[in-house]
Design a binder for this molecule. Structure first.
Ligand code: FAD
Length: 290
């Protein structure tokens, strides 16, 4: 079971990368049979690129973990690629999480992205966990020896009281984990600043930037509003005016340009938010020669 921490080696933010940058893809569990067929096709098409790892998100709500587990099991059963399962802890008990981790270990999953998740529709936080850092500890203590990732928000998490406390909590969480993957953002300067702020707090763990090709501007705008991501209006206006293959190509070109800047700034790899589509990710990988 390949561990992402081993793939990342000695990379750290702000330093020049040593070794080959990782290329990874994020997928979400499909909502219906058509979406499942589309995902299988996407996995086939992106599998040809031999990604460093793939990750599967975890929806909020009662069956969120089950739907993720079922896609993860399918990938582990038939595809030669390391998998990272997203696990959210808010709303869950310690025994739920322990059982899920046992299950992932039995499937041969080597990597867990330990997340708080969000309580549904602004309801109060319930269950045995409040912050992702508590889940990091539980994953760390599991005998499977998972490699543990956490979420980072270059533009600061929307629930954070201020930038300084956001960075302090992130540095503590990341210090106990192996690496972070970021929320999507559009200005490479945000990544460099995050790396510098973590380094100032003595945290030098690798931070893999998450890059979103804007193939669906309206949806991405909505996600950005929820995440506190700043939208570059000129790019979005340009993509809004395009359609079909032209839009996908332009979105991929813009994402590749950002990814190139991030790699030049020392990013250890690029994590692509695929939206379960392959075309943009293939073009980005070609443009970056990854
Ligand atoms: P935390 O690290 O717990 O942080 C949440 C907030 O609490 C922050 O403001 C932080 O500063 C603050 N905080 C942390 N510790 C403390 C403390 N000790 N005291 C006071 N404040 C504290 N969501 C999903 O539901 N499913 C997914 O699959 C998913 N995948 C994601 C993948 C990536 C790469 C990213 C970046 C996000 C993902 N999310 C996902 C979203 C994430 O669950 C939400 O952003 C959630 O609101 C916060 O999760 P977190 O793990 O960053 O939380």
């Amino acid at each position: 079971m390949a561990r992402i921490v081993d793939l990342l080696g000695a990379h750290r933010p702000g330093a020049r990368p040593r070794g080959t940058p990782t290329l990874s893809f994020e997928f979400f569990p499909p909502a219906d049979d058509d979406a499942d067929r589309r995902l299988q096709q996407t996995l086939d098409e992106l599998g040809v690129l031999a990604p460093s790892f793939v990750s599967v998100t975890c929806g909020v709500g009662g069956d969120g973990h089950d739907r993720t587990r079922s896609i993860v099991a399918e990938i582990c059963g038939g595809r030669p690629v390391p998998v990272m399962a997203h696990v959210t802890c808010v709303g869950h008990t310690r025994s739920d999480i322990a059982a899920l981790l046992d299950d992932y270990a039995a499937l041969g999953v080597g990597n867990i992205l330990a997340l708080a998740g969000d309580p549904p529709d602004g309801s109060a936080i319930s269950g045995d966990f409040r912050y992702a850092a508590e889940l990091v500890q539980v994953v760390r203590d599991h005998p499977a020896g998972f490699s543990v990732g956490v979420a980072a928000h270059p533009e600061v998490h929307p629930r954070s009281a201020d930038r300084a406390s956001d960075r302090r909590h992130l540095a503590a969480k990341l210090g106990a984990a192996d690496f972070a993957v970021t929320q999507f953002f559009f200005d490479a300067e945000d990544y460099t600043r995050l790396g510098n702020e973590l380094a100032d707090l003595g945290c030098h763990q690798p931070v893999i930037p998450g890059v979103m090709p804007v193939i669906w501007p309206r949806s991405v705008r909505r996600y950005a509003a929820m995440n506190g991501t700043t939208v570059p209006e000129a790019l979005f206006d340009r993509l809004d005016a395009l359609a079909g293959d032209d839009r996908v190509a332009a979105a991929a070109d813009a994402a590749a340009e950002l990814a190139r800047d991030l790699l030049a700034a020392g990013a250890p790899g690029i994590h692509l938010y695929t939206l379960n589509r392959s075309e943009a990710s293939i073009r980005i990988a070609e443009l970056l020669d990854l």
